[in-house]
Design a protein around this ligand. Structure first.
Ligand code: PMP
Length: 761
């Protein structure tokens, strides 16, 4: 490419240009020259020959001739050679090369112009005029073009995503590609198609004053859905804007005035813009992979990533309504929350409770964000079931794929069962080496108690004060949180409750507290009437108000219990799978190995999964009883999803993220603790935290905790309260939660408390 210079005078002669000056100018992947002759400016473009490109360049010449038959300067015009050709083929240094010449257009680049609404409106109108002219342009070369810079062929770009090295970025691309497949792909056949420019980016659009006057570079032209023209234009024009929707609106309005948009087109814009961003960052990734030296390939990459991150925080419904309203389209669902609640209660008893004074009408969610039907985006600082993030594309796709192949039960052989069991068990120390799959935490804790009873031949169970393990009959029997509730059934005679080893509010608060609480539990055990089958506890007692078991408690208690033949069960439904940061399982922090571990919630990222992990000895003893069968436990779809969850935790370093973000979050909350008297204690680890809200005397402040929770909800942050006095703010977000997310929560809590102080003073 570099050595055209020698052949160029000859080429210029073919155009009848003599004494021309020549200057090399930047191009994406070909060499271009500015040619000045006789006071006139031209651009000379060169390309290595290939037949497809040859035909495409001829099509482009036809298109440009179609656009500006006269002397308009809105579009480049092909300059014909003296023999009337718009394309010249020459062999240069033994290489067949294509040359063509276009008129040079004057103007300031859109990227370098002052961005004001008038300019954006003018941009929309300019594109609409262009597209209107192109509606009557027919060309089969464009119709046949399969191009990886064309949103409708996103599948051509999808494999490039594997070259995005940061998994946190890659998942964003995977997510929006999945959204494209779900939301746009099914609509493609119903969209108007036309030949479009397809690259109205801010370096291709020329401006004079407040007006867009020309567009250059028709190299990306395709026959595609008309709306894609606008999607591409908006994508680049709104990069770097704090409020991209409001800027997009100007372009849409300008366009719609000249060329009316259809409702179905506008409805897809949010996903099309996201798709174009994905396409762009995928192209940068593959470009860098192929040619690490070429800086041109990543020209707008940082801005594209920033916009992609920002796009995730925009409720798609907000975009849909904003774009629709811009062109006078009504797009509302006017049923109020009150009406929705009434409808729900027609069929669902209110005992199935709703969170918050003003319940949240959720319609969609992505990673750590949840969207409601009223255009709001909530930061999810609460839900631990979507462990690796809501709608994580890897998990969704694993489920979709397997559902389309095989879903059966464990009475048939399928490799996924042992593959997943092996992967899951690899996370446990010896002698934990067997797994039983079920579909919920409740089913898992129920089965855990059955196993322990079968193994020991005993019935009694020692349980933790304020503990919760499930909603089955056995679940309620062993859950102090339920049976001790004023509306609860009370404690069964074969159940022994032991005090929560709480070093903040409990009886013992010193370094020896763990030992002392364990001694007290043993004292109670000794005076209990029946021999004990099992002891079940969570490592951090969620319903107790996120209370971590005092250090040393489990070590001392497990030792004594084992001497008495009692099976030790750790309920890791809330705490497992890396949430606590330092360790994958909560029991590991206590230097113990339980006989049975109960798993649930995060296992399937929202797909109903639970499991019981145990020793060979306990599993073998169970074998002598009746057959164990669960219709859905361990089915192929669950196994595929469970494997995807494990993969994502590892690939995205989510345990480490939980540790780092959790520490940051705690540090910030401790600063609040020092500043206000209302935060009594900041506790928990990783992303399983509790903030105890108190009054001036340090007593539980239930009303204030409820106020903060509801106020946060109104500020679009989801958090909950728990504990015996319901005064502990509970935060256990998806593990992709970021430090910035934590800062936002803490800032809002700070704001609420400042406001409160002002009201009180
Ligand atoms: N154990 C613990 C510690 C839990 O928190 C829960 C649910 N909150 C369960 C068991 C029961 O799980 P599920 O709701 O899936 O039945």
């Amino acid at each position: 490419m570099e050595n055209h210079q020698n052949s160029i005078p000859k080429i210029l002669e073919e155009y009848g240009l003599k004494d021309a000056s020549l200057k090399r100018i930047a191009g994406y992947d070909n060499a271009n020259y500015l040619v000045v002759s006789d006071g006139k400016r031209f651009v000379l473009k060169t390309y290595p020959f290939n037949l497809e490109l040859h035909d495409l360049l001829l099509a482009e010449s036809d298109l440009l001739d179609h656009l500006s038959p006269g002397s308009s300067a809105e579009y480049p015009k092909p300059v014909k050679s003296t023999s009337g050709e718009s394309l010249i083929v020459e062999t240069v240094n033994g290489e067949k090369t294509l040359f063509r010449m276009l008129t040079w257009l004057e103007g300031t680049f859109f990227s370098e112009s002052l961005h004001i609404p008038e300019l954006f409106i003018s941009f929309g109108a300019f594109l609409a005029r262009l597209d209107k002219s192109l509606l009557s342009f027919q060309n089969y070369v464009y119709k046949a073009r399969q191009y990886d810079w064309d949103i409708q062929h996103l599948e051509l770009c999808e494999p490039y995503a594997s070259h995005i090295t940061d998994p946190a970025k890659r998942k964003l691309v995977d997510y929006f590609i999945l959204q494209y497949k779900e939301n746009v792909l099914p609509q493609l056949p119903s969209l108007r198609k036309s030949v479009i420019h397809n690259d109205a980016n801010d370096w291709n659009v020329l401006v004079n004053g407040d007006d867009v006057v020309s567009i250059i570079d028709f190299g990306d032209t395709v026959y595609a859905p008309l709306i894609n023209e606008l999607a591409v234009a908006i994508t680049y024009a709104v990069m770097g804007k704090a409020d991209p929707l409001s800027w997009a609106v100007y372009i849409i309005q300008g366009y719609h005035k000249i060329l009316s948009l259809e409702r179905r087109e506008v409805e897809l814009l949010y996903y099309l813009i996201a798709a174009r961003l994905c396409l762009s960052v995928c192209q940068s990734a593959i470009g860098r992979h192929r040619d690490p030296e070429n800086s041109y390939v990543s020209i707008s990459e940082d801005a594209a990533w920033d916009l992609l991150h920002l796009w995730l925080t925009i409720n798609p419904e907000r975009a849909r309504r904003t774009f629709g309203a811009a062109i006078g389209m009504e797009m509302y669902d006017d049923e109020s929350v009150k009406e929705k609640v009434q409808k729900r209660h027609r069929y669902i008893n209110p005992i199935v409770s709703l969170s918050y004074k003003e319940p949240v009408w959720t319609t969609k969610a992505a990673f750590q964000y949840m969207y409601d039907g009223f255009c709001n985006t909530f930061l999810d600082a609460y839900n631990n079931i979507p462990h690796v993030g809501h709608s994580h594309p890897k998990v969704v796709e694993a489920g979709q794929r397997q559902m389309a192949v095989l879903n059966t039960n464990t009475r048939y052989m399928y490799d996924l069962l042992s593959t997943y069991a092996e992967r899951l068990l690899a996370h446990f120390p010896k002698p934990l080496s067997k797994v039983f799959f079920v579909n919920s935490g409740s089913a898992a804790s129920d089965l855990a108690i059955r196993l322990a009873r079968h193994y020991t031949g005993r019935e009694a169970v020692m349980v933790m004060e304020h503990g919760y393990h499930g909603h089955t009959c056995t679940g309620i029997d062993i859950s102090d949180y339920k049976f001790s509730n004023i509306k609860g059934p009370g404690r069964k005679p074969y159940i022994l409750g032991v005090p929560m080893p709480d070093t903040y509010r409990g009886k013992y608060r010193d370094e020896l507290a763990g030992q002392k609480y364990a001694d007290d539990a043993l004292g109670l055990l000794r005076s209990f009437s029946e021999p004990m089958a099992a002891f079940i506890a969570e490592p951090v007692i969620g319903c107790g108000g996120q209370v971590p078991l005092a250090p040393g408690y489990l070590k001392s208690l497990y030792l004594a219990l084992r001497e008495r033949g009692v099976v030790c069960i750790s309920d890791e439904v809330q705490t497992g799978f890396g949430r606590l940061g330092e360790h994958f399982w909560g029991f590991e922090a206590h230097g113990v190995v339980p006989d049975i571990v109960v798993l649930g919630k995060p296992m399937g990222n929202g797909h109903p999964m639970g499991a019981v992990i145990t020793t060979d000895a306990i599993a073998e003893a169970f074998e002598s009883g009746v057959e164990f069968f669960s219709s859905f436990g361990g089915n192929p779809v669950s196994c595929a999803i469970g494997l995807a969850v494990l993969d994502v935790i590892k690939e995205e370093g989510l345990q480490q993220n939980a540790l780092e973000v959790g520490n940051h979050y705690k540090k910030l909350m401790n600063e609040i603790n020092a500043e206000y008297q209302y935060v009594g204690d900041v506790r928990g680890s990783g992303l399983f935290l509790g903030f105890e809200i108190v009054d001036e005397s340090g007593a539980p402040n239930t009303a204030l905790a409820a106020h903060i929770k509801n106020d946060l909800r109104n500020r679009h942050i989801l958090i909950s309260t728990d504990g015996p006095n319901d005064n502990v703010l509970k935060s256990k977000p998806p593990l992709c939660f970021t430090k910035q997310n934590a800062e936002r929560v803490v800032n809002e809590i700070d704001g609420i408390l400042t406001h409160l102080n002002m009201e009180l003073s």
